[in-house]
Design a protein around this ligand. Structure first.
Ligand SMILES: Cc1cc2nc3c(=O)[nH]c(=O)nc-3n(C[C@H](O)[C@H](O)[C@H](O)COP(=O)(O)OP(=O)(O)OC[C@H]3O[C@@H](n4cnc5c(N)ncnc54)[C@H](O)[C@@H]3O)c2cc1C
Length: 486
C-alpha cells in the first residue's frame, strides 16, 4: 500500500475512533508486529510505516475499524496478547514456498483494552467477558465464588480469552477438561462486513440453528473479531495433591501415569523429557535430577484421602522405578513452585537452546499410541542427527516436539521443516493430528494440507473457503491464516 494510502487509513481511523485508540508510532507498532512464534524477525523500522495499531475500547470502535479496513481493502490482524505459536497474530507469515514474509500493510487490532469481566453468574456457573481479559485474571476474580475457568494454557498469565477462543486453546488440564471448544457457550463478534453477530446462549442446552459459536472457536480471527464471550465455569477443586516425579526413562513415566489414571483421573498429567529438565535446572538455577519428569495433579474428594492417595501414587511410581518424588498439599508456595517447573519448559528451551530459532510442533495422538509416537520421533531424530525435544500434555496425547534450527540458513530451515513434516506424518499414521491446540496460523498450513490429503478429504478445503467467503467476502480478516490461499 502506497504511503499516502496508509496515511488516509490512519486519518479515517483517527476521525472514526480518536487518537487515543490509533497509533502509527514506530515504537508502539514495534511492540505489536510479531507474535511469540515470530519474535526473532527483525523488520527494518522504516517498514513499520506500513502498519497501524488500533486498541479499541468497545465494540463500536471495532466495527468502525472493520469498516475503514473494508473501504481501503487493507488486512486486519486481530490480536490478544500475541502469544500465538503458529504465526497467527503478527505481521510475519510463512508463504507457500516456506519463505518468511511480512504483510505489506495491515491494521493490527489489539483487544487488550477490552478487558472487562462483564458479569459472573455463580448460580448459572457462567462468566461474560470481553476478549482482552487474561485467563489468570479471570481465575483470580473467580476465587471468591469458589469457581474457576479450567482451560489453562501454560501462557495463561498473559493469554487473552479472545486469543484462547480463536486458537481453540487447551492446556495442562486438557486430560480432564478438554479445550476451549468445550467451554464457550456464546460469542459476540464483528464479521468482515462490520456486522455484529450474537451466537450461542447463556444456557448449557441451546439449539440456535447451525452452531456458529462452536464454528467460531479455533477460527483464528479469519471469520470475525470476538467482542464478548460467555464462558462455562466449574467448581474450583478445593484440595489438590500435586506430585512431581522423576524416572530413568519415558516408558516408566508413561506407565506410572496410566496406572494412576486407572485408579483416579488426574486433573493434570504432564511429561518433560530429561534433556529439557536439564535446561529448566540451568535456566531456573534448580537442582533437579537429570531424568524424565512427570507432573500429576489429583483432586481429593475429602482432605483425609491424602494419605491414601499418597500411598497409591507412591506405590505405582515405585513399581516403575521412580528416582525421586516431590509433593505438596495445600501448601500454596510449594504447589506453585512445582507448577513453575513445568510452566518454565518453553521459556527454558528458548533460553538454553544452541541454535537461534525454535519450532514448537503441536502434534497429538491417542493416549494408547504415545509410546509408539515417542519411538518414531526418536527414530526421526537419529535419522537427521538433530535433537527433537519432547514435552507437554501427556494426559491428552499432546506432547510438543521442539526442533531447534537456524531459519536464516536455507539448508537448516529445510531440514527442520522436513523433520516437522515427518513427525506430523507419524502422528497421522497413529490416528493423531498435526495440530492440537496452537492453531494452524500460517506456520502449519502445509501440515494441514498433509492431514486432509492423508484423510482423503482435501475437498473439505472448499467448504472452509466457502465459509470464509460468507463471513468475510473481501478477505480482510487475518488473510492467509488457517485457510490456505488458492
Ligand atoms: C510459553 C507459551 C506457552 C504456551 N502454552 C500453551 C498451552 O499450554 N496450550 C495452548 O493451547 N496454547 C499455548 N500457547 C499458545 C498461546 O499462548 C495460546 O494459543 C493463547 O490462547 C493465545 O492467546 P493470545 O491472547 O496471546 O492470542 P494471540 O496470539 O494474540 O492470537 C491468537 C490467534 O487468535 C486471533 N485472535 C486474538 N484475539 C482475537 C479476537 N478478539 N477475535 C478474533 N480473533 C482473535 C489472532 O488473530 C490469532 O490468530 C503457549 C504460548 C506460549 C508463548
Amino acid at each position: 500500500m502506497a504511503s499516502n494510502a496508509i496515511d488516509n487509513v490512519y486519518n479515517d481511523l483517527l476521525k472514526a475512533i480518536g487518537e487515543n485508540r490509533v497509533s502509527n508510532d514506530p515504537v508502539e507498532i514495534g511492540l505489536h508486529i510479531v507474535d511469540a512464534s515470530s519474535y526473532y524477525f527483525d523488520l527494518d523500522t522504516h517498514e513499520y510505516r506500513n502498519y497501524i495499531l488500533v486498541k479499541p475500547s468497545n465494540e463500536r470502535e471495532v466495527v468502525e475499524t472493520v469498516r475503514t479496513a473494508l473501504k481501503y481493502r487493507i488486512p486486519i490482524i486481530p490480536q490478544g496478547s500475541s502469544t500465538s505459536l503458529a504465526m497467527g497474530s503478527g505481521v510475519i507469515y510463512l508463504d507457500e514456498l516456506l519463505q518468511y514474509r511480512a504483510l505489506r500493510s495491515a491494521i493490527i487490532v489489539n483487544l487488550s483494552k477490552m478487558n472487562k469481566i462483564v458479569d459472573i453468574r455463580p448460580t448459572d456457573r457462567i462468566a461474560e467477558v470481553e476478549p482482552g481479559v487474561r485467563i489468570d485474571d479471570l481465575n483470580t476474580k473467580l476465587k471468591s465464588y469458589s469457581l474457576f475457568f479450567p482451560i489453562d494454557p501454560a501462557s495463561a498469565r498473559v493469554a487473552s480469552v479472545g486469543g484462547a477462543i480463536s486458537t481453540g486453546a487447551g492446556g495442562l488440564r486438557g486430560a480432564r477438561f478438554g479445550t476451549m471448544r468445550d467451554w464457550v457457550l456464546a460469542i459476540r463478534f464483528v464479521d468482515g462486513l462490520g456486522r455484529v453477530h450474537s451466537v450461542g446462549c447463556y444456557t448449557i442446552k441451546c439449539r440456535q440453528g447451525l452452531d456458529l459459536a462452536r464454528l467460531f472457536v479455533g477460527s483464528e480471527g479469519v471469520l470475525g473479531i470476538v467482542t464478548r464471550a460467555v464462558l462455562k465455569l466449574w467448581p474450583a477443586p478445593r484440595h489438590v495433591y500435586r506430585f512431581l516425579m522423576f524416572f530413568h526413562d519415558f516408558l516408566d513415566a508413561y506407565r506410572t501415569f496410566i496406572d494412576i489414571r486407572s485408579r483416579r483421573q488426574p486433573l493434570v498429567a504432564e511429561y518433560v523429557e530429561d534433556r529439557i529438565v536439564k535446561m529448566i535446572s540451568g535456566s531456573l538455577g534448580l537442582k533437579l535430577p537429570y531424568a524424565h519428569m512427570l507432573l500429576i495433579d489429583i483432586e481429593l474428594n475429602l482432605l483425609d484421602e491424602k494419605a491414601h492417595i499418597y500411598k497409591t501414587v507412591y506405590e505405582e511410581a515405585k513399581k516403575h522405578g521412580v528416582i525421586e518424588i516431590r509433593s505438596s498439599l495445600n501448601d500454596e508456595e510449594d504447589f506453585e513452585k512445582l507448577y513453575m517447573i513445568r510452566r518454565s519448559m518453553f521459556p527454558s528451551i528458548l533460553r538454553m537452546k544452541r541454535k537461534p530459532h525454535l519450532i514448537a510442533e503441536d502434534t497429538v495422538v491417542p493416549v494408547s499410541k504415545i509410546p509408539e509416537f515417542v519411538e518414531r520421533v526418536k527414530a526421526i531424530e537419529k535419522e537427521h542427527g538433530e535433537d527433537v525435544l519432547l514435552g507437554g500434555h501427556l494426559g491428552d496425547g499432546n506432547l510438543h516436539p521442539h526442533v531447534e534450527c537456524d531459519l536464516n540458513d536455507p539448508e537448516d530451515r529445510r531440514k527442520a521443516m522436513d523433520i516437522a513434516a515427518k513427525i506430523a506424518v507419524s502422528a497421522l499414521k497413529l490416528m493423531g493430528s498435526v495440530s492440537a491446540e496452537h492453531g494452524i496460523g500460517s506456520l502449519k498450513l502445509d501440515l494441514l494440507i498433509k492431514e486432509l490429503k492423508f484423510k482423503n478429504s482435501i475437498h473439505s478445503l472448499d467448504l472452509m473457503k466457502g465459509i470464509k467467503k460468507v463471513f468475510d467476502p473481501y478477505n480482510i480478516l487475518n488473510p492467509g491464516r488457517v485457510i490456505p490461499p488458492d
